[in-house]
Design a protein around this ligand. Structure first.
Ligand SMILES: *Cc1c(COP(=O)(O)O)cnc(C)c1O
Length: 372
């Protein structure tokens, strides 16, 4: 059996930094005079926040959003002192020292956080500035309706917080027709009018596609930077794929008609078959729901320019491909490719959202950053 000169069994996640930078510039081209920030929480959606952060910094990004102080600390080390890093979860008692040590800006989501922060910075020289996050209808984290008046009227509190951004978050930005978009926009305008002079931010990736009214001073896309599509008209989104999962071929074998393939014998060979066992499974982020059974072949992997069906159940470390009809040459160590241009389709087949698929990919795979 022929094989690549050298190869590892470990699957590889390729992250195309050129496509990432192109997506940054593409989204920037849609927002007129507004500024770009990058949402880089959860290790940049699984892609590695240090390398991704540096690449976006190189593309011109100077404002970043993470979820937790610990994520902000790692990002600060990666990108240096100059950029703003906001922590979406806000300040929590255990993490205050990290905020000061790494110059992280808390996103204040409640009166409790506001008062805790003001107490914490009492004796601190040049504490980080803050963002206020108002809940305008998503009913997730964010300052609730009943606290808006306190923020609007307590001048001393606002002054002590040293607010440099007022933000909110859209619940249904990917759905242009959803009435909640306009409702949240209206409410955001009303609330932010109580704090004039402070820059405003409302749009995630979907919000950018909703148009100029939603852009304000700063937009904070995540998934679009990483090549994910979010609207119900994906063909209108000009982002490029950033991520591919490369699974090396570890073995090729024949299966006789009537035999079964994989766990639970969920696939039966209706004829003699040739299969390739490739090294990537659900522990690498390949969803079990991509399994092919007697009832349904769900998806295919790419071998070079061709597609070969996934047969049998996706297991923890391995996936099985039907290469019976494949005319090309399959060598040991050759790469079967998942996601990339298929991210949206394969996410849909997995009954998962693309965000969810993407964040699962970074756990075990070796990451290789491609700079074309
Ligand atoms: C995750 C997140 C974003 C980015 O959302 P995308 O849909 O990935 O563009 C922006 N703002 C907030 C508050 C978020 O939690």
């Amino acid at each position: 059996m022929a094989r690549a000169r050298t190869y590892s069994s470990r699957p590889v996640l390729t992250v195309n930094l050129t496509a990432l930078a192109d997506n940054y510039q593409y989204l920037a081209s849609l927002i007129g005079g507004a500024r770009m920030a990058a949402s880089i929480k959860a290790d940049a959606y699984g892609l590695g926040s240090d390398v991704v952060g540096r690449a976006l910094y190189g593309a011109g990004c100077r404002t970043f959003f993470v979820a937790h102080a610990g994520e902000g600390k790692l990002l600060r080390t990666a990108i240096g002192a100059k950029a703003s890093i906001y922590v979406l979860s806000g300040n929590t008692p255990q993490d205050t020292a990290i905020f000061f040590g790494s110059k992280l800006k808390p996103v204040i989501n409640s009166l409790t956080q506001a008062r805790d922060w003001v107490k914490a910075i009492k004796d601190v020289n040049h504490p980080p500035r803050t963002a206020l996050h108002f809940d305008t209808g998503i009913n997730r984290l964010g300052i609730p309706n009943e606290e808006v008046d306190v923020f609007a009227n307590d001048k001393a509190l606002i002054e002590a917080l040293d607010v440099d951004l007022v933000m909110s978050h859209l619940a249904c930005a990917g759905d242009r027709e959803h009435p909640l978009n306009a409702q949240q926009l209206g409410k955001f305008k009303m609330i932010s009018a109580l704090m004039p002079m402070v820059p405003l931010s409302l749009a995630n990736t979907g919000g950018i596609y909703l148009g100029a009214e939603y852009h304000f001073k700063l937009v904070r896309p995540g998934i679009g930077l990483y090549g994910g599509k979010v609207t119900n008209t994906p063909d209108t989104e000009g982002v490029k794929p950033v991520v591919e999962l490369h699974a090396p071929v570890l073995q090729i074998k024949t299966v006789k008609k009537g035999e079964t393939i994989g766990y639970n014998a969920s696939f039966t060979a209706l004829k003699d078959m040739k299969i390739a066992i490739v090294s990537a499974g659900y522990a690498d982020g390949l969803p079990v729901n991509l399994s092919g059974s007697d009832k349904r072949i769900v998806t295919s992997a790419r071998l070079g320019k061709h597609r070969v069906p996934v047969v049998g159940r996706v297991s923890m470390d391995y996936t099985i491909l039907d290469i019976t009809n494949y005319k090309g040459f399959v060598e040991l160590g050759g790469k079967a490719v998942f996601f990339g241009e298929d991210l949206e389709a394969q996410s849909a087949h997995s009954q998962m959202i693309n965000y969810e698929v993407m964040t699962h990919l970074g756990a075990r795979c070796r990451k290789i950053y491609v700079n074309e």
